[in-house]
Design a protein around this ligand. Structure first.
Ligand SMILES: Cc1ncc(COP(=O)(O)O)c(C=O)c1O
Length: 397
């Protein structure tokens, strides 16, 4: 029966079965390699149920892991959740669990760079071919499907360029050919997009981002539906994927404040994005919750909310001007991540170096911003001064 609990309540209660918490509010950190048994009967029982949260051997997890896995399924959906040491491991293991030599996969052109690299450098070596598709392809994805296509991989919104994909349409067409549909759902976190209600078979999270929420742990998850769970779990287990209970504990702790944090990130990012949209230096803002972002209509249809991550395309800029902007920032640090409580900024002068399906024609360079939980006026003042430094370089040229 569908769980009717309101989302905020679910975030607080998810995974907190007494079996795992032992009556503490948070499940304790249970470290183990060896699990010991007092009788042959006990050992037989553990062996028979080792894939179903019976304590068996450390690599299969302990109560800390089981609590977090339950919480993820309660929030994101599916029937099971596999854990990985980082989001990238979740992506590569999910794909590896469903391909063999001679297969073909479809990968969104705006995928996170290491996801592309995995396809080009690892899958290619195994004899698995990748075709990149335009994130806005819609129904035309059908034309790219071959008899040996086994996986359709989506990331929505895309990394850096932020296009929101029409997930239900792509999933429906893929399923007509029995293709497994995987989604990097990190931007939405487990609460702002319900992947299994939109036709996804496996949903991946870089828990490193908003789930952990404090920029201090690497962790990945993949939740799967009935169709894919057994194969994903067993293949990932056989590839040796396991995680530290300390990291999982911190992820579980981060999860409890995910709802309130995301609401504040959303409020702050929309305020900053609307301010940016009015700036003369800005061509357009690529924030999924604003109409100027490609696929905004799918955001409105499918998502429950947004967060702090979006991009902005400048009218013009070059390396020297961008360096002047970036070097003097007070509240925005440069860092290859997002999802923590702090604001971050990255510049990309050429998004097309990561595009092969369809080139982007942007007026100028792109800035990716993660708007943290600081005061918005401080962030806006910081950006304003950054634009002054950018303009000083551009007008001197
Ligand atoms: C969309 C997306 N997916 C996956 C990852 C990879 O996660 P991790 O850094 O935990 O490997 C990232 C990291 O930046 C990301 O932005």
């Amino acid at each position: 029966m569908a769980d009717k609990k309101a989302l905020d309540t679910k975030i607080i209660t998810a995974g907190r079965s007494k079996k795992w918490t032992q009556q503490l509010v948070n499940p304790p950190v249970s470290r183990a390699s060896t699990i010991v048994f007092d009788s042959v009967e006990e050992m037989k029982h553990a062996t028979a149920n080792r894939a179903n949260k019976a304590l068996f051997y450390g690599r299969r997890g302990t109560n800390t892991h089981f609590a977090f896995q339950d919480a993820m399924v309660e929030l994101e959906g599916g029937v099971g959740c596999a854990l990985y040491p980082c989001g990238t491991a979740a992506i590569s293991n999910a794909i590896l669990s469903f391909v063999k030599t001679g297969d073909h996969i479809l990968m969104v052109d705006g995928a996170y760079e290491p996801t592309r690299d995995f396809c080009d450098k690892v899958l290619a070596k195994m004899g698995v071919e990748t075709t990149y598709y335009d994130p806005m392809i819609g129904e035309e994805i059908r034309d790219l499907i071959r008899p040996n296509t086994t996986v359709l991989f989506l990331e929505s919104p895309c990394s850096i360029t932020m296009e929101v994909q029409d997930v239900p349409t792509l999933a429906r067409i893929a399923h007509e050919s029995d293709i497994v549909v995987m989604l990097d759902n990190t931007w939405a976190s487990p609460i702002n997009f319900q992947p299994f209600e939109h036709g996804v078979d496996i949903s991946i999270q870089a828990a490193t981002k908003y789930i952990v929420g404090h920029s201090d742990v690497m962790l990945g998850t993949a939740t799967a539906n009935e169709r894919c769970w057994d194969q994903l779990r067993e293949h990932s287990y056989l590839m040796g994927q396991c995680t530290s209970p300390d990291d999982v504990y911190l992820a579980m702790r981060g999860l409890r404040t995910l709802g309130v944090r995301l609401r504040q990130h959303q409020e702050n990012s929309l305020k900053v994005a609307r301010w940016l949209a009015e700036r003369p230096e800005v061509d357009h803002v690529r924030h999924p919750a604003l109409p100027s972002c490609e696929g905004h209509e799918f955001y409105l249809r499918d998502f429950k909310g947004c967060n702090g991550l979006f991009s902005v395309v400048l009218n013009r800029g070059n390396t020297e001007a961008l360096t002047a902007l970036l070097d003097g920032m007070e509240h925005f640090s440069m860092g290859y991540s997002w999802g923590g409580f702090e604001s971050l900024i990255l510049a990309s002068e050429d998004v097309n170096k990561l595009r092969t399906a369809k080139k982007k024609h942007f007026a100028g360079p792109i800035l990716r911003l993660h708007i943290g939980l600081e005061d918005c006026d401080d962030l806006i003042r910081d950006l304003e001064k950054g634009f002054e430094r950018l303009n000083a370089v551009l007008t001197a040229e």
